[in-house]
Ligand binder design. Sequence first.
Ligand SMILES: Cc1cc2nc3c(=O)[nH]c(=O)nc-3n(C[C@H](O)[C@H](O)[C@H](O)COP(=O)(O)OP(=O)(O)OC[C@H]3O[C@@H](n4cnc5c(N)ncnc54)[C@H](O)[C@@H]3O)c2cc1C
Length: 322
Amino acid sequence: MSVLVYTESENGNFKKSAFEVASYATEVAKQLGTTATAVSFNSNENESLGDYGISKVLHISNDSLKTFNANAYALAVVQAAKQEGATTIIVSSSADTKYMAPLLAAALEAGYVPNVVAAPESTSPFTVKRTAFSNKGFAHTQIHTDHKVIGVSNNSFGIHENKTEVSIEDLLISLKDGSFGTKSVEIDKVIGKATIADAEIVVSAGRGLKGPENWGIIEELADVLGAATACSKPVSDLGWRPHGEHVGQTGKPVASNLYIAIGISGAIQHLAGVSSSKIKVVINTDPEAPFFKAADYGIVGDAFEVVPALIEKLKEFKAQNA
Ligand SMILES: Cc1cc2nc3c(=O)[nH]c(=O)nc-3n(C[C@H](O)[C@H](O)[C@H](O)COP(=O)(O)OP(=O)(O)OC[C@H]3O[C@@H](n4cnc5c(N)ncnc54)[C@H](O)[C@@H]3O)c2cc1C
C-alpha cells in the first residue's frame, strides 16, 4: 500500500514540480512506513524519479494523453491507485492539477486538501498545513477519509535528493472517447521562455510602466536573468500584456525564488498571488506604495531609470563571471 504521486511532465520532460511532489511523497511514505510510487504520463525521464526516493514508476505511454486532460488523467490516476492499493495520493497545486484533483478525489471518495506547504504534522489524525485566506494565513487541516488527496504548493516543501533504486512498469489504461469530456483542438503557447509556474525568477510590471510600448526594458531584464515575465491585472485587462501573465488572486500564483515587482502598487489582490515567492524586490516611485511593506528589498525610484541601470549592472556582472 504505497503512497502514490502524480508527476507532471511536458513533451516527455518532468516539470520541476514533479521532483518536489516526488520528494514530498517520499517523506509521507517514510512517515507511513511504506514506499512511494509515481505515476507518469509519456515521460522520457522516469529513472530520474529514483533520485528523489521513488521506488517504482507506473508509466503510461498513450498518444491520446500527450496533452493534459483533467477527466482522462484523473481516471488514469484512479486506475493506478487501485492497482497499487494506494490510499494517499500526492499531486502538485498547479492550475492543471487543480482541475484534476477534485475529479480524482470524487472518484476515490477522498478528502482533498490543496495548497499544502509542509510535510504532514501527524498521520493519525492525518493533519496537513495549508495556506488559507488568499495566502494571508494557514489552516491546519485534518483529513478523515480513508483515501486522501494532497496538493502540494509549488516551491514550498522543496526538492530533496534521496537516491533510491527505481523500477519502471508500464501501466495500460482503458479509456473511451467519453473518458475525455473535453478535447483541446489547438494550443497556442509561447515557446522558449520560462513559464511563471516553473520560473526561479519572475520579473513583473504594472500600470507604472505607462503603456505596452515600454515593456522592452521588462523583457530585457527578464532575458538577462533567465526569468519569466508577469504583470498586474489592469495591465492584462488593458491588453498591454497577455492574460496568461496576470498574477494575483484572480490570476496565476507565483512561488518563485525571486519576484521583482516594477511599477506595481501592491494591492491586496496582487499580493495574494505572490506571497509564496521567497524574495520580493519592489521598484516604485512612491515610497508609500503598499508593496514596500511586503518587500524584502525596495528601490524608491523611476522604473525608466532604475531598470536600465540594473540591466547594465547585471550584464557587467555576467560578463565578469562568464
Ligand atoms: C475582485 C478583484 C480581484 C482582483 N484581482 C487582481 C489580481 O489578481 N491581480 C492584480 O494585480 N490585481 C487585481 N485586482 C486589482 C487590484 O485591486 C489593483 O487595482 C491592481 O493590482 C493595481 O495594479 P497596478 O499596481 O499595476 O496599478 P496601480 O495601482 O495604478 O499602481 C501603479 C504603481 O506604479 C507606480 N509607478 C508609477 N510610475 C512609476 C514609475 N515610473 N516607476 C516606478 N513605479 C511607478 C505607482 O506609484 C503605483 O504604485 C483585483 C481587484 C478586484 C476588485
